[in-house]
Design a protein around this ligand. Structure first.
Ligand code: ADP
Length: 327
């Protein structure tokens, strides 16, 4: 097949029927004979390719992303071809991904950097008025300054929201390292914990398997759980994040020694807008976090549950299947 992009096809027995030169190069097979007739598993053990090319994958078309050891990324589009099997077309997106990363970093950085001087401008407008009477004209100029600042602040929020929406949209699942995500969450929330003299620790079992998932959304889920643990634990408390693997699953535990949740409330906290009696009047919140966490975990074919004793502490456990489980 003469196609510039890597193209790979398997029949219903998972044997290669098409593998063009670019695909051979991608799989590190340059120079060898075309692997027609060989089983896919003999050619590559890349889980994403296996998942997308699975013989009983009922989807007409599936998409995924693959990163090679040399760092280059490919988007893969696999299609069911009746009478043949599945065909995957791959497109090198390394450059696009790098540009996207640079752009996101730039937008986030700029938005952040603009905030500080804006706050300074606002506080100087207030100071001006404190140090002497201003005439009507000067006051109206100051008003204009404030209005313009608030317009920029609004634009900035939109910009940040777009960044968030983009992250939200990044729904594609890829092979991810849960430890890396947990580490970045604990790192990000280390300061708030320190301010409250709380101990926030991360314990990770060695050789944790990777899972198929969306890193943005999992990060959001872990962040919510750890933020809750910090919020509902008094100053000086202990918050622990533990990662371990069990029966081809990755287990994530977030535990605290905070105010706890009564048995009756435990049945409802994953519902949207539900907040327990012991937090209603003393802690801010909307009751949205846990319902979001639950839907993210379920999107990853995982489970979440809570164990808690009022006055002693709470432990949330998430179990996520590894990709091997999904093959
Ligand atoms: P929010 O924290 O905004 O109220 P969530 O959906 O994140 O909303 O949590 C729902 C409820 O579950 C909380 O209002 C609180 O009653 C309870 N909760 C969640 N995490 C904890 C925790 N670590 N310790 C005690 N209670 C918790």
């Amino acid at each position: 097949v003469q196609v510039g992009a890597p193209l790979l096809g398997v029949d219903e027995n998972w044997q290669i029927v098409v593998c063009n030169q670019p695909a051979m190069a991608l799989l590190g097979l340059e120079g060898s004979a075309p692997p027609i007739g060989k089983p896919l598993a003999q050619l590559t053990n890349h889980p994403i390719l296996h998942l997308l090319m699975k013989a009983d994958n009922p989807e007409q078309a599936s998409r995924g992303q693959l990163t090679l050891p040399n760092g280059s990324s490919y988007s893969i589009h696999s299609t069911l071809v009746h009478g043949l099997g599945r065909v995957a077309l791959m497109q090198n997106i390394s450059e696009m991904k790098e540009l996207d990363r640079i752009k996101s970093e730039f937008v986030a950085g700029i938005s952040h950097d603009i905030r500080a001087p804006l706050t300074a401008i606002l506080s100087y407008t207030e100071l001006l008025e404190r140090f002497g009477e201003l005439n009507a004209r000067q006051k109206s100029f100051l008003d204009n300054v404030r209005k313009s600042v608030s317009v920029i602040t609004g634009l900035l929020s939109d910009l940040l929201a777009i960044g968030r929406i983009e992250a939200e949209l990044a729904r594609q699942h890829s092979l991810i390292d849960v430890e890396e995500i947990a580490y970045s969450v604990v790192d990000m929330l280390g300061n708030p914990a320190e301010l409250r003299e709380q101990k926030l620790s991360l314990e990770v079992q060695e050789n944790l398997p990777e899972i198929m998932g969306n890193p943005y959304r999992l990060r959001q889920a872990f962040t919510n759980l750890v933020e809750n643990a910090l919020k509902y634990t008094p100053e000086g408390g202990d918050i622990k994040v533990e990662l371990l693997s069990k029966d081809d699953q990755v287990v994530v535990c977030v535990s605290d020694n905070g105010i706890g949740i009564s048995k009756e409330d435990q049945d409802h906290i994953f519902e949207r807008n539900y907040r327990a009696d012991n937090v209603l009047n003393s802690y801010d919140g909307l009751g949205m976090g846990l319902s979001l966490v639950k839907s993210i975990v379920e999107d990853h074919n995982g489970r979440i549950w809570v164990e808690s004793t009022p006055g002693e502490g709470t432990r949330f456990t998430i179990v996520l299947p590894t990709y091997r489980d999904m093959l």
